[in-house]
Design a protein around this ligand. Structure first.
Ligand code: PEP
Length: 250
């Protein structure tokens, strides 16, 4: 098994450039001896400044979204070419805030996934059910469908650059966390879906992060589960003294 823990921070729409640089410096310093894989995903406006801090370190530079087109008349959008120019290595796609607040559907997410992979980026594809879907017993089927459509047309040889983040919508920013067993059950199901689509070896190797109110107090229990390979962290990624203990969980 070649899976390695991958801890990512999604800073969402927080932090000016100077605040982002301060946090990035604290992460680089605090994670110098970190054993896992790390990512910081600031807002577009702070990418260049944070990129300068993390360059050559063990903290990757991530973007929180990208346009579905390479370039053209798309007011307000940011393209893969621009992200590449800034040294971005990873793009988070299909985050529930994009899906639900900005109405991104699976077809749009899929277009972005394919474009990002074509340009050599690593993609973190977020999937997850709403509370209503969970209560209706649809958690698995929702994740399955988001994976099937999100990865439609993605060839097996591109899968090494794909990470899946299981983020139950009801657990994001709410303080509610899936129990480690519940999360692990969905992760195991996701691995089955990947196995069906790409084969057992691909399923064994794909990294599946959990996201949803991950904190220093619950990270070790979540990561102890067989199918949980890392975390995508929102709120707790905004302060070094919360993110570092998560990133360096024992
Ligand atoms: C997220 O938005 O990806 C997330 C997991 O947020 P939080 O950690 O704040 O729940």
């Amino acid at each position: 098994m070649s899976r390695r823990y991958y801890i990512a921070g999604n800073w969402k729409m927080h932090k000016t450039r100077s605040e982002a640089v301060e946090l990035a410096k604290a992460l680089v310093d605090g994670l110098k001896d970190g054993k896992h894989k790390y990512l910081a995903a600031p807002s577009f406006t702070a990418l260049e400044a944070v990129g300068a801090v993390v360059k050559g370190t063990n903290v990757r530079l991530g973007a929180q979204d990208v346009a579905a087109e390479e370039q053209g008349a798309h007011t307000g959008e940011v393209s893969v070419l621009m992200l590449k120019d800034l040294g971005v290595q990873t793009i988070i796609l299909g985050h529930s805030e994009r899906r639900h607040t900005y109405k991104e559907d699976d077809a749009l997410v899929n277009k972005k996934v394919k474009l990002a992979l074509k340009h050599g980026f690593e993609v973190i594809l977020c999937v997850g059910e709403t509370l209503e879907e969970r209560e209706n017993g649809q958690a698995e089927v929702v994740c399955e469908s988001q994976i099937i459509w999100g990865l439609a047309g993605v060839p097996k040889d591109a899968l090494a650059n794909v990470v899946i983040a299981y983020e139950p919508v009801w657990a994001i920013g709410t303080g509610k966390t899936a129990t480690p067993d519940d999360a692990d059950a969905i992760h195991a199901y996701i691995r089955k879906v990947v196995s069906r689509l790409y084969g057992a070896d691909a399923a064994e190797n794909i990294v599946i992060q959990y996201g949803g109110s991950v904190k220093p107090e619950n990270v070790a229990q979540l990561m102890s589960k067989e199918n949980i390979d890392g975390a995508l962290v929102g709120g707790a990624s905004l302060k070094a003294d919360a993110f570092l203990p998560i990133a360096k969980f024992a």
